[in-house]
Design a protein around this ligand. Sequence first.
Ligand code: ATP
Ligand code: MG
Length: 709
Amino acid sequence: MPGTSTRSSKPSPVCRSPPKRASAPAHDGVAHLRCLEVRRSHRARPRRYAVSLLVLEDAAFGFGARPLWSGLSWTVAEGERWALLGPNGAGKSTLLAVLAGTIGLDAGKRRTRSGLRIAAVGQRLDLDPDVTALDAVVAAAPGRTELVERCARLEARLEAADAPDAEVASLLSDLAAAHEALAHLDQRFAPHRAARILDGLGLAPAMQARRVGELSGGMAMRVALAACLFAEPDLLLLDEPTNHLDVDSVRWLASYLPRHRAAQIVVTHDLEFAERVADHVASFEPEGIRLFAGPPSAYRKARALEAETLERRARNEARKRREAERFVERFRAKASKARAVRSRVRALERMEASAASTLQDAARGATFRFAAAAPSGRVPVRLEGVAKGYGGPPVLHGLDLAVVRGQKIGIVGRNGAGKTTLVRLLAGELEPDEGRIVREPKVKLAFFAQHHADALAPDPTVLDTARAFAPNVSETRLRAALGAVGLGADDVDKQVRVLSGGERARLALACRMVVPANTLVLDEPTNHLDAEAAEALAHAVAAHEGTVVFVSHHLDFLRRAANVIWLVGDGRVEVHPGTFDDFEARLRQEPAPGASGTPVPRRSQARADGRAHGRRVRAMRDRRKKLAARLATIEAELERAQRAVEAAAEAVASAGTSGSPERIGELGRAYEAARAELQRVEAAWIETTEAIEALDEALAGDSSVSAGT
Ligand SMILES: Nc1ncnc2c1ncn2[C@@H]1O[C@H](COP(=O)(O)OP(=O)(O)OP(=O)(O)O)[C@@H](O)[C@H]1O
Ligand SMILES: [Mg+2]
């Protein structure tokens, strides 16, 4: 195994840093594995300048009988940027907590450089909802909260002071010192610097003055990040920082982090992001945590090479074992071969002890399948003249939109654009300020949002939570659904409070999956899910018989799942029929400056957008014309096919009493053929009519785009 021993054929549980390894001949295939050693990458600073910030020595940790890792020796040095990778529930957040010092180890040691400043953004944000965004960041100045509390305590004691002058004088002097320290701190960690960081993260001054509790998920994440960056840490620990962030913000963060002076450990399921921010990898694998000095792509290559080497070795060993077994079998009884047989038996025993292993996939599988209810009507939900705000200017206004049965609508737009407000309106969690929302009577709606996963009661177990959510579903089915999303027998009795972010999201999704629905509304459903689970969810959405409306910043998910895109921006919604690839291709033809990925048109682009809008409408009208012509032909065919069926039925009826059996059989076949043809033409008719109706809806929706955008 890399970094430990090259003689053992088994990968050891962890790759230690620095590696202690026996030298190995370069020709034994193990040479490849050296690339998994911990060594400095070309991007990192030379070793002699790198100061160790944090060291884990032979560290082990687990919950109860289940070890999350053991024998981990890891040195994080100045300037290093680590991607911490691994499937849901592997122990990434727990490891971050150990590194931060908030959880102690079961065995081994954690050492830090003296005075090391660590700042962390957790997977679930714990910001005070009642302070303003700016105050939340200013409060993150190291030691500020303690100083403010100290001042308050001293002031209270002074007010209550019924004490001798000497004590009052001493309190006054302490208070003066505390105020001075605070002033000093405020000079170094000045509010205007906090404001600048927030500004850089896309929170304009008006937004900085808003209460954290009023901000969208993406905006709250930016505030937490800004607070971290403001504290000028030596080591930054970020747990899935791209959850909730829109495409632009992810790009911004990916370019910002490598320029920040702090060493970093970033948990992420987004490999593209990991590649941009990390020059080191720590990865949870079935055999343990692997450490690698190089970017994630190089790690993947090295691991693939290692898997190949190990597989080759396992094959060789199996062959040798078979040969030895055959030899023993054949010559066991021959006295002349007794020595040779003994030596083969010993060799076989050695082989058993060190059976070569192969690398397995660490991810716990997930299969999502939403139970389908009887179909809804053709337009399950319609918005008519809808406006919605939260006291200030409306977030959304003038919306006339129709969700058409069978559509998989991907809602995109910048953080704070109003996507969550839109889906909460669709799902009936919010009422519009103006206009109305019409739900078709047969609609059975299931709504999943991040706040549902966050709001799960912490005390009940996984199984009890599912039971409470779906009391009419049998326990066998509940267990099966939980197992399918990766919450197996080991997990169903866990209390919700101990679940990892991904496990919690899987539970909340499983709860929605078991209740039959024909209209699914999902708000950022892939947050916290590992790559494999996100892909499985995309398949489930695409395969769902009903209608799905979902918000996502996850490009791969959008590509796989959506067949219509709604772009939210400037309070309006633009409807783009077609896949996310079509949408992106259209954007490339009609680039909208200022917002890549999921751009929102700006007023300054009004004319260009107006032209693009005009082109789109013309294209849709052209297509509608062609479809209408096709429909006329199909209707004529339909008449013919209907007449043919009637004639064939009559022929069968009149031959019924007089015809020969052969003749009746012949007529019967002709009747079946006529019916099949009628069915074919009917299907074409339905398909064309629906396509025309969808275009009509899209044209109506498109006219909801403000001419001013
Ligand atoms: N207090 C606890 N008692 C028992 N098990 C726990 C406790 N806390 C966490 N776990 C379990 O430990 C495992 C690791 O959790 P952790 O949150 O570290 O995973 P993670 O790798 O961050 O996953 P994700 O990608 O889903 O965020 C999970 O299976 C979780 O259920
Ligand atoms: Mg986690």
